[in-house]
Design a protein around this ligand. Sequence first.
Ligand code: ATP
Length: 363
Amino acid sequence: MTHAKHRIALLPGDGIGQEVCESAVLVLDVLARRHGFELVWTEFPWGCDFYLQTGSMMAPGALETLESYDAILLGAVGSPKVKDHVSLWGLLIPIRRRFDQYVNLRPVHSVRGVRSALNSPEPIDFLIVRENSEGEYSEAGGRLFAGTPRELAVQESVFSRTGIDRIVNFAADAALERKGKLVSATKSNGIIHTMPFWDEVASEVAESRGVPNDLQHIDALAARFVIAPQSLDVVVASNLFGDILSDLGSALTGGIGLGPSANLNPERDHPSMFESIHGSAPDIAGLGVANPTGELWASSMMLEHLGEVDAARELIEAVETVLSVPGRCTRNLGGTGTTRSFTDAVVNHLEPLARNASPVVKV
Ligand code: ATP
C-alpha cells in the first residue's frame, strides 16, 4: 500500500464522456478506499458546450492550471454543433503537445466475457504505440484560392529524427518487456520522403536496442490485424497510422466502447492524460446506456501510471467479472444493462473487498 495522495484533473467533456467519467469516479473512489490512497478530484467543464458559450474549448490559462495535476482523466470531446477540427485542435491536441505526451499507448487484448469480432478462440494481446506529437497531424499547410474553382489545400506531415527516435525507443522498451517482437507501420513505397526516413530511423533504433524490427506496409498490416492478430506483440506507428490501427484493434476485441488510451509523457515532466478511445457518441448521449469499460480500463492505466498497480489490476479483474455475466453488459454488447447498473455491478464486486480492506494508515 502506498497511502499516497493523487490530484486528478477530471475533464468529462461532451456527450457520453460525462456519463463514463461519472462511472470512473465512483469506481476509482472505491478502489482508493480499499487500497488506502487518496484521489483528489478537480472537475473542469471544458469541451464543446463551453465552446458554444465562450468561443473557446478551454478557459484562458487552462494548460497552466492542468500542469499542476498528477494526471488528467478525460471523457470524450466532440459535438455535432462544433466542427471536429475545432474541438480536436482546441483541447486534445494542445494538451498532448504542451505536456509533450508523445506516446499514445493503446493496448489491444481480448476481454473476458466479450466475444471477438473474429471467429477465433485464440486470445489477442498486443500493444499499439502511436506517435502522438507530430507526423501527419500538423498545422503546416493551408488553402489557396478559397471559394474559386482553383481552390487547393496543402497539408504537410512533419517527421523529426528526435520524434521517431523517442517513440521507437519507447516501443522497443515495451517489446523487451513482452515477447520482444516489434512491427513498425510504414508506407515507404508510396510516401517517398517521410516514410523512408521513418523506416531508416526506426531500424537504427531497433537495431541499437537489439530488437528485430519488422517493417510492414500499413495496408498489409491492417490485413494482418484481421487475419493473424495473435502474431503481433508491439506495433509502433506514426500519428495517423496509429490512430486508424487502434480503432481497428478495438473493433477486433469487442468494439470501440471498450478500448483505452494513455497519452504519456514518459519523462514525467508533465501530467499524462488517460481516456477511452471512443468519442462523445451523440447518438446515445443522455440515454444512460454507454458502456463505461473503455473509461474504466483507461482509469486502470492511470492508476498504474500513478504507482497503484494492485488497484489497477483489481479494476480490470472487476470489469471482466461483470462483463462475463450474460445480459448484464450494456446494449452495445447485447445486454440490457445501463451505464449505472454496470457501474453498480463493478462497485458491488469491489465493495466487499473494500469492507475487508486494512484500515488506512495515518502518519
Ligand atoms: P470521434 O470522431 O470523436 O472519435 P466517432 O465518430 O468515432 O467519434 P464515437 O462517438 O466513438 O464515434 O461513436 C461511434 C459509435 O460507437 C456510435 O454509434 C456510438 O454510439 C458507439 N459507441 C461509442 N462509444 C460507446 C460506448 N462507450 N458504449 C456504447 N456505444 C458506444
